[in-house]
Design a protein around this ligand. Structure first.
Ligand code: G3P
Length: 216
């Protein structure tokens, strides 16, 4: 499973990209609003930092304006994927962008049927929101498994991005469920790398080595 960063903060991208584990980035209007940056500002100098696809989301809710916004966002780079809401209008926009050779990521997906519709509309990516489902008493991990089973059974090539990730456990469950990608907030990435036994083990190695008087 590939790992994307879900953020609109350049410093976070810079730090996580430096680990050498990042395959792409996703963002959304809420993340941009929280960071206080326009898409234009966010895109300044970003290309060199992102090793793969970058999902930028439209804000329109009708297909025609979604396509117009998608074309504008795509001007930022060949790696830009247009994020569209999973609505009837989003499906229409997805097909029209595909005809122009522009990939779409269908977002706000909460059911396997919505994911199937996205795949049939020609979406390159589909983003089930596992955290928001879990918040509402449903099982996000199960949705990933269902979408994986359907896509595999019918040979659908749309990639599954596990989104709305809240914890390291969500990432593990997405991987076990067969997601192609998990898009992960910075704070969760930081938790994924850390383990108290790693810190403890490192401390012990350091102490034993320092006490030994040996050198490499
Ligand atoms: O980018 C979409 C998704 O990751 C949003 O997550 O935490 O707002 O449910 P969240």
């Amino acid at each position: 499973m590939e790992l994307y960063l879900d953020t609109a903060v350049m410093e976070e991208i810079r730090e996580i990209a430096s680990w050498g584990i990042l395959s792409g980035v996703t963002t959304n209007p809420s993340l941009l609003a929280k960071a206080g940056v326009s898409v234009a500002d966010f895109m300044k100098g970003i290309e060199s930092l992102i090793p793969g696809p970058l999902s930028l989301e439209v804000t329109a809710e009708d297909a025609e304006t979604m396509v117009a916004q998608g074309l504008k966002l795509r001007e930022y780079g060949e790696n830009v994927v247009i994020k569209l809401p999973l609505t009837a209008e989003g499906l229409k926009a997805c097909g029209r962008l595909k005809e122009k050779g522009i990939p779409a990521n269908l977002t706000l997906v909460f059911s396997a049927n919505q994911a199937l519709l996205a795949a049939r509309a020609g979406a390159a990516y589909v983003s089930p929101f596992i955290g928001r489902l879990n918040d509402n008493g449903a099982e996000g991990a199960l949705l990933i498994q269902e979408i994986r089973a359907i896509f595999d059974r019918y040979g659908l090539k749309t990639k599954i991005i596990a989104a709305s990730v809240r914890s390291p456990r969500d990432v593990t469950e997405a991987a076990l469920g067969g997601a192609d990608i998990a898009t992960i907030p910075y704070a969760v990435m930081k938790k994924m790398v850390a383990h108290p036994l790693t810190d403890d083990g490192l401390r012990r190695f350091r102490t034993d080595w320092e006490n030994s008087g040996l050198s490499l």
